[in-house]
Design a protein around this ligand. Structure first.
Ligand SMILES: [Zn+2]
Length: 309
């Protein structure tokens, strides 16, 4: 008999099937992927994540749609909001010099934004598993390390460790959090951005295709409570947690719905992020989430962690 499916976070076997999906965003594979929810802790996860197929599930089209290259007004507004958040975050840190690392940082645009936000940022390191990012990252003045987060080997500590929209892509978030504790300077902060599973869009789309699945690239998804308890377990204290808009998730959910209805055509060559309707969805749902934000949780969480002692 097959081993019972267990939650990767709390190990409970009490799970609920949510949806059988395919990669409708990039068509990197034609395989089917099952998403499951843990009934005990609420973690949403991909059954049998394709851990040995990273090159396949992150095709060149995935990187060429790098967020910084998706220009437009909305992206600029969003970046301005993020930068305001970074500035405030950095202003709370002590010291005359700050060392920053962005894990999964691509060409280093966040690291550059942090450097611009505070003149005390004197050293910036970008870790990314895509070697193609090196040239631009180094030209921007960052030290580039080509590595997965699991294998990254640095003998330094950092005042700011950025982990934006990455922890949902790894097989063992607990191991990653424990490892990052060793990269944090005594008064340093770990900044994590990750989807929130307690949202309206998840409830509407979880049985078909929810953008939060980002199938098959999101492996483990959290909510405020289960993420907070995991962070405490791994030796952190939560300095702040806030929700932010999740327009890309809404847009992917809606585009997948239109695809199922046959109203749009998408393919490996023409991923949904390049469809004009995707951009329209981004604007509409960013607005919707901004209106909803005072009354309900939105689709992304910004969590700032510090060492517990
Ligand atoms: Zn669980």
């Amino acid at each position: 008999m097959a081993e019972a499916l267990r939650c990767p976070i709390c190990a409970s076997a009490d799970t609920r099937f949510l949806a059988r999906t395919r990669d409708v965003e990039y068509f990197a594979t034609l395989d089917e992927y099952d998403y499951v929810c843990c009934e005990r802790c609420g973690t949403v996860f991909l059954r049998d994540p394709p851990v040995d197929q990273l090159e396949r599930i992150y095709p060149p089209t995935y990187y060429s749609s790098d967020r910084e290259e998706r220009g437009g007004l909305l992206a600029r507004v969003k970046d301005a909001l993020d930068r305001a958040f970074f500035r405030e975050l950095l202003s709370e840190l002590p010291g005359d010099e700050l060392r920053v690392i962005d894990i999964g940082g691509g060409t280093g645009w966040i690291a550059s934004a942090l450097r611009r936000s505070d003149p005390r940022v004197h050293e910036t390191v970008v870790v990314d598993l895509n070697e193609d990012m090196r040239e631009v990252a180094e030209a921007r003045g960052h030290r580039f390390v080509c590595s997965t987060i699991e294998a990254v080997d640095l003998d330094q500590t950092f005042d700011v460790v950025m982990l934006l929209n990455l922890i949902e892509h790894v097989r063992d978030p607990r191991a990653v959090l424990r490892r990052l504790l060793g990269l944090l300077a005594p008064e340093g902060v770990l900044v994590i951005k990750t989807p929130n599973t307690r949202t309206l869009d998840r409830r509407l789309f979880e049985g078909t295709y929810w953008g939060g699945y980002h199938a098959p690239r999101h492996w483990i998804l959290f909510n405020r409570e289960n993420f907070t308890s995991l962070a405490l377990e791994c030796g952190y204290r939560v300095r702040s947690l806030r929700f932010t808009q999740g327009a890309p998730q809404w847009a992917a959910s809606v585009m997948a719905l239109l695809l199922r209805r046959g109203w749009v055509k998408l393919s490996h060559q023409r991923p949904m992020v390049h469809h004009p309707l995707f951009a329209l969805c981004m604007v509409v749902f960013a607005g919707l989430d901004l209106l909803r934000a005072p009354f309900s949780q939105t689709a992304q969480m910004f969590v700032v962690l510090e060492k517990a002692d």
